[in-house]
Every structure is written in C-alpha cells, then in structure tokens.
Design a binder for this molecule. Structure first.
Ligand SMILES: [Zn+2]
Length: 428
C-alpha cells in the first residue's frame, strides 16, 4: 500500500533532479553561489502556490518559503520542514535519471559501454530496494537525491494534506534553501520567514527510519608556520626550514583519532590541507567531536602543541587561528526532548522502525537551531550520496511523505492530549 501518488513523486523528482543546481564553494560570497538555484527556488515557489500554500521567494536568502494554514481552531504551535536545492560538489551537467521499474535486486548497468555498474555486491543496501521503482543516474553525474528527495517528500506531504482537508493539522512552514553543501544555506536562513515556528526538521540523507539529534561540534584550525630562508651554502646554524617544522607538527598529531579509524560517537582530527616551502608552511585541520568536553579538549590539544613547538623552536614560528564552524544541535535539543520524541512517536505510528544514530557531519539544522528553532534530522531515503552511484526509490520518498504527514498529525494530537516530554536517553 502506498501513501500518496507515486506518479507525482516520480515525475516531480525527475523534473528537479535534471536541474543542475550544484553549489559553488569558490563563489560562496554570492547568494546563491550558482544562478540555477534562483531558477529552482522560483519554480518551487510557484509549485507551492499551485498546491495551495501561501508562498514567496526570499531574494535575500534565496529560500522558497511556503505556509500551509492550520485547519483547526486549536492553538497549535507552527512546525517547520527544511530541505535544500543545491547538490554536492560533483558533476551535475546533463543529469539523466534512469528509472528501473520493479527493480530485481541485481546489478544495474548505469552505462554498459563505459562499464559503469551499480552493484549490490559493492552496495548491499541496494537489496532493500528490490521490487521498488529505483532511480539512478546514467553513471556520469550525481543524481541529486541529497536533497531533492527531501524536497519531493515535503511536496508529497503538502499535496496529500491539501487533497484531504479532513486530516487536521496546525500551521506548517516549509523552506527550500540554497548552498547547504557549502555550509551557507542555514546560515543565511531568516527566522522571520518561519514566524513562531517552535520546532523544525531537516531531511538530510539516511534510510527510512533514520533519525539524528546529534551532529558534530566543528572547528577549523589553521596553522601558519614561518621559517628562515638562508642560501643553502651558508645555512649552517641559520636556516629554519618551515617544511621540517610542519613535519614535526604533523608527527605529533594523534595517529588514531582520524576519520578512517572513527565511527559511531568518536570524534577526530583531519588534516585537510598542508603545503610548504622553506620560507613558510600552512596546515588546515578540521576538528570534529560530539561531546562538548572532548571537543574543547581537541581544540586545547592543538593550542598546546603550538605552544610547545613555539617554545622549542622559538616564539611565533607557529601561528594558530581557530575558527568555530558549527555546534552540535544536541547542546540545544537536550532541553527540548519533545522535538525528538514527537518524530520518533510519529515514525512508530507510520509503521517505520526508528533508527537513532549520530549524524557524522553538519546540516542546515546546526545554524537554524542556533537561531532558536531546534532542528534535528529525519531522512530522505536513497543511498551513496554525492556521487555517480546515488540512487533512491519512489517508494522511499513516498514513505517520507507519510512520515512528515504523521508528524504534523501527531503534533496536533499531542497538543490536545499532552506532549511526550520524556527526557532524552543517551543512546550511544
Ligand atoms: Zn544535503
């Protein structure tokens, strides 16, 4: 049994998937970073109006905003949903979605001649898509499941609610934003577009049932090292080679606290960039941790290492700048357990088994939560995000529409019958 009109979901997903809305990290001071995102935001605004919402395009933030008015007389606090229009940093020119009806669970040829296959031996999660309508790319671009599946899931919910006026709900706000992949969408969201919204959800990736109310705390550490250049023939006792100093620094970084040795609730350091010559060197390190104290300890470790090496090699050879990027949403959400319980209660009512885990990254929700709207993360279905092997099924997006609708219904139900404020348990 499906929930909504699968034809609408398939058609709408393919339509938006074909639009090249790749964001541009080198153009992040422009809003949006790539012009096609304006086109898509305007199109979405139009579609929201056609469905029956009050909608507008905010040209300062490049968000398409929609408001579905409450159809009950109860006082229900408004609820919000976000998904982003831009796609990851991967080829998005001439996206050709392929539809595989009643997928047989086997190997899928994306481009037979070029030898590009999507193989469940390599990607076992594909097996769960058997019998469904699978959508893939042609193997040369990404598909844009992240987060066009989220957008279509929201549209599916809205269409359903408008078509079923007897299904009661409070005010619902939706926001389709730009530039999430480059870390600017949520940052530029204007909370005035979501008046009185008390809680919201992002729809970043994940399988049906996944749920995250923890993201990393994130810092970028930039270390600049300066050496002393002397002609090598006369360098004895004088030259200080910045490359040597850089290697000393990197040698003392914890070898086991790196992404390739971290999972679950572990944090890490990752050297994302290093470059050097005799005169100077630069190291960029990202610091990630869920736990606030461990996160601060990681920042402190870098500060201490810089101080130690400065002591050994002379003051100010190493210069450190720490830039805080975003904060774990849990720091706020822990005081708003309803936001979490509501979603998990709705999953159960929608017949979907919740799978609570950590989001090993950041979302628009990091910034939106900081702006006063606690925003944990649901899912959008699909898999293999950000590359040529991306896929999603129409049925998974349908499930998402069902979950979103159930959250709206459950929010009204708990407004009437008492909120589930059970304190959050540590699940890790
Ligand atoms: Zn995303």
């Amino acid at each position: 049994m499906t929930f909504y009109d699968l034809n609408f979901i398939q058609k709408t997903f393919i339509h938006y998937a074909k639009e090249n809305t790749r964001s541009d990290p080198n153009n992040s001071d422009q809003i949006p970073s790539s012009p096609n995102q304006i086109k898509m935001a305007k199109e979405l605004t139009k579609q929201l109006k056609e469905i029956g919402l009050d909608a507008y395009f905010n040209d300062k933030s490049c968000f398409a905003i929609g408001h579905l008015t409450s159809n009950v007389s109860d006082k229900v606090t408004p609820i919000g949903f976000f998904s982003h229009m831009d796609t990851a940093d991967f080829n998005a020119v001439n996206i050709q979605p392929h539809v595989h009806k009643n997928y047989d669970g086997g190997r899928v040829a994306l481009d037979k001649e070029a030898g590009i296959f999507l193989d469940p031996k390599e990607f076992p999660a594909l097996k769960s898509c058997q019998g469904e309508t699978l959508i893939t790319s042609d193997g040369h671009t990404l598909l844009g499941v992240d987060d066009k599946a989220g957008i279509v899931g929201i549209l599916g919910m809205l269409k359903y609610l408008v078509a079923h006026p007897k299904v009661e709900h409070g005010d619902i706000y939706v926001g389709f934003g730009p530039d999430e992949e480059i870390g600017y969408g949520g940052k530029r969201f204007d909370p005035k577009d979501f008046p009185n919204v008390e809680l919201a959800y992002t729809l970043e990736n994940g399988r049906p049932g996944d749920f995250e109310y923890e993201t990393f705390n994130a810092t970028l550490a930039k270390i600049h090292i300066h050496g002393t250049v002397v002609h090598p023939g006369e360098a004895y006792g004088l030259m200080v080679n910045a490359t040597t100093l850089m290697n000393k620094f990197l040698d003392q970084m914890p070898a086991d606290e790196v992404p390739e040795k971290s999972k679950g609730h572990d944090g890490y350091y990752m050297v994302v960039n290093s470059s050097s010559c005799v005169d100077h060197a630069d190291i960029d390190i990202i610091i990630r941790d869920f736990d606030w104290d461990k996160y601060l300890a990681k920042e402190q470790f870098i500060k201490d290492l810089v101080a130690k090496l400065n002591k050994k090699y002379g003051a100010d050879r190493f210069k450190l700048t720490l830039r805080r990027e975003y904060e774990n949403i849990y720091n706020v959400i822990k005081d708003h357990p309803y936001v979490v319980n509501l979603a998990l209660d709705a999953y159960k009512k929608a017949g979907i088994k919740p799978n609570v885990k950590t989001f090993r990254g950041g979302t628009d929700g990091n910034f939106i939560t900081q702006k006063g709207i606690p925003t944990p993360n649901l899912f959008n279905g699909g898999g293999n995000y950000h590359g040529r092997y991306e896929y999603v099924t129409v049925e998974q997006i349908d499930k998402l529409s069902k979950v979103l609708t159930t959250i709206c219904k459950e929010h009204l139900y708990q407004t009437r019958h008492g909120r589930d404020n059970t304190p959050l348990k540590k699940y890790w």
